[in-house]
Design a protein. Structure first.
Length: 323
């Protein structure tokens, strides 16, 4: 079942206290990863996010909401070229988007000319009004028609949704391109986390890949709107890209090893759900029994019900006509 943007933002607000309570329970090594220890060169850091350099004119925005500061919430990025600057994601608040835009100007010399939103969930889509601040022209907002319609059709502040009236629609039948002058960025339609997701891939997949919420790292994924089998296919397609860095929707930057751990994690969820389905166990009881395999390390959750959501999403799919 789909959840409205208003309900998602409200639920996200409730996660702040859960994260703040859970963060101290992480191991020292896990906390170091979240704090940026061992990260690539950091060019900016705030209580709610840091920016890591990925290459010439390319930067990852890594949100750090463990203390309950939800200014940005999701990860994103900045990609500069000779004729344009792209920011990935509109973030959870206009303040978060405005901060990202200011950082883009400081790092590339240009206010964003393009913004790509990976999917409709409020932590990625609620802040585009912030890109019109700073006395600059608002950048072109790009998303799929499905994402646009889900945002516009949800209850909430109409003024906050106003920037979505002029979205540049990314076709769902194949990759689109954004020409930044000295660099071309591919915007690739995918799905599985929601009905319509986008990844952003630089330099033919040889550069960084922004995965949206198709990929999470060190945070257990949210299956709220997921079609799990499609999610699995999309994740494996991303894993097959020979990229030097993967920017997940949430959590620290991922490399090939981290992508393998993530695939193993979603496979373990599928195995648990299929086993419960065969045995006639409901998702609540299956989630109570489920544990992330020890060898996959620690995976923090925005909410304590994420295991149940994941297993229920698989059960909903298993009950469908294709099974």
């Amino acid at each position: 079942m789909s959840i409205s943007r208003r309900r998602f933002v409200a639920a996200s607000a409730g996660c702040a206290s859960y994260l703040a309570a859970a963060a101290p329970l992480l191991s020292a090594s896990a906390l170091r990863r979240w704090s940026g220890a061992g990260a690539r060169r950091m060019v900016a850091q705030t209580p709610f996010a840091r920016i890591e350099e990925l290459g010439d004119g390319m930067f990852a925005i890594v949100s750090t909401p463990l203390d309950g500061d939800f200014t940005t919430v999701c990860n994103g990025g900045i990609v500069g070229g000779s004729e344009g600057t792209l920011v990935v994601e509109a973030f959870a608040t206009p303040e978060g988007a405005a901060w990202a835009a200011e950082q883009a100007r400081a790092l590339t010399g240009r206010w964003p000319t393009h913004v790509v939103v990976s999917h409709y969930h409020g932590d990625h889509s609620a802040g585009p009004a912030g890109y019109a601040e700073g006395g600059e022209s608002a950048p072109a907002l790009r998303a799929t028609a499905v994402t646009r319609d889900l945002v516009q059709g949800s209850p909430g502040d109409e003024a906050a949704k106003a920037p979505w009236a002029d979205v540049v629609v990314v076709p769902e039948d194949g990759p689109g391109e954004i020409d930044l002058g000295s660099r071309t960025v591919a915007v690739v339609p995918r799905g599985g986390h929601t009905a319509s997701d986008l990844s952003v891939e630089v330099d033919g997949g040889e550069g960084p890949v922004w995965c949206g919420d198709l990929v999470w790292n060190a945070m257990f994924p949210n299956y709220m709107d997921a079609v799990p089998s499609r999610l699995s296919r999309s994740v494996r397609a991303l894993q097959a890209i020979a990229a030097d860095a993967f920017v997940p929707g949430h959590g620290p930057l991922a490399d090939a090893e981290a992508m393998s751990r993530y695939v193993a994690l979603i496979d373990s969820v599928e195995e648990a759900a299929r086993d419960a389905w065969r045995r006639g166990i409901n998702s609540d009881d299956a989630a109570e029994a489920y544990e992330v395999p020890v060898e996959l390390g620690e995976w923090m959750m925005f909410s304590p019900n994420y295991h149940q959501r994941a297993i229920q999403a698989w059960m909903d799919e298993l009950a469908g006509p294709e099974y």
